[in-house]
Design a binder for this molecule. Structure first.
Ligand SMILES: [Zn+2]
Length: 252
């Protein structure tokens, strides 16, 4: 139970508010109330783990670690990732604090949080913008299927994904089509970022990289591997694998 346990809390964030509201309604609310004893035991356990993980975290880091960045952040990368709990920053940066300015939403989309992305590029001046898709992405699968039954909020966000995966719509989302749609979406998001940050890319101030985090070994390069699929709009694997900055990703 380390830092990972804390990060996984994101997966529980949708149930936490109901507990908080209930606590506000009843001063003497107890976690073991009959109606949701099972749910609350999960929340209680998670909160215990957060406390314990955070104690370990603060003790192991020490004050000096925080002193370093308490007045300002100095990230080297802006990252647009999917909210999926199976992808976490540990996969790419052992110490992401003060290093990765992270924006996450369903389907790793630029347009959904364009203000946040612009903040990373224009205000924090990160020289690298990463669009990180991942295999087995539920948002991509939804965009390939009929999602008309979802709430308007979810529909609105999935609508943005419909464009890149349109050619796969209605087809059985088997593993290979699913992967192709994930890559298609990464390329689409990179394209949108290229349009927005065209000048920064042209002047060499910004490099935009599209990548796929493969949690299922669908790309046959190994579980958990990060595979580059796009660099400033270039999508040819034959070209990407010979670029010095990306070559190591294609080596065993
Ligand atoms: Zn996803």
């Amino acid at each position: 139970m380390q830092r990972r346990s804390f990060l996984k809390f994101a997966a529980f964030s949708t149930i936490a508010p109901s507990v908080i509201m209930a606590a506000g309604d009843h001063d003497n609310f107890v976690l073991d109330s009959k109606a949701s004893a099972s749910l609350n035991s999960k929340v209680k356990k998670m909160l215990e783990e957060i406390k314990s993980t955070n104690s370990y975290y603060t003790q192991s880091k020490g004050a000096t670690f925080f002193e370093h960045f308490k007045d300002a952040q100095h990230p080297r990368a802006t990252l647009i990732g999917c909210s999926d709990s199976r992808f976490q920053s540990d996969a790419l940066d052992a110490t992401a604090e003060d290093d990765v300015f992270t924006i996450r939403n369903i389907g790793n989309q630029y347009i959904v949080n364009e203000g946040s992305v612009e903040y990373g590029v224009h205000h924090l001046h990160t020289p690298l913008l990463i669009v990180m898709g991942h295999t087995r992405c539920g948002a991509i699968k939804a965009a390939m299927s009929d999602y008309s039954g979802e709430t308007s909020s979810i529909r609105r966000e999935v609508d943005h994904l419909s464009l890149p995966v349109r050619k796969y719509a209605g087809l059985t989302p088997d593993t290979q089509r699913w992967l192709a749609a994930v890559i298609e979406n990464v390329n689409f998001q990179v394209k949108e970022c290229m349009l927005r940050f065209n000048e920064e890319v042209k002047s060499g101030k910004l490099t935009i990289v599209g990548m796929v985090y493969d949690l299922a070994n669908d790309m046959q390069k190994g579980y958990g591997k990060i595979v580059p699929v796009n660099l400033n709009g270039e999508t040819s694997e034959q070209k990407l694998k010979y670029l010095s900055v990306l070559k190591p990703f294609f080596e065993a």
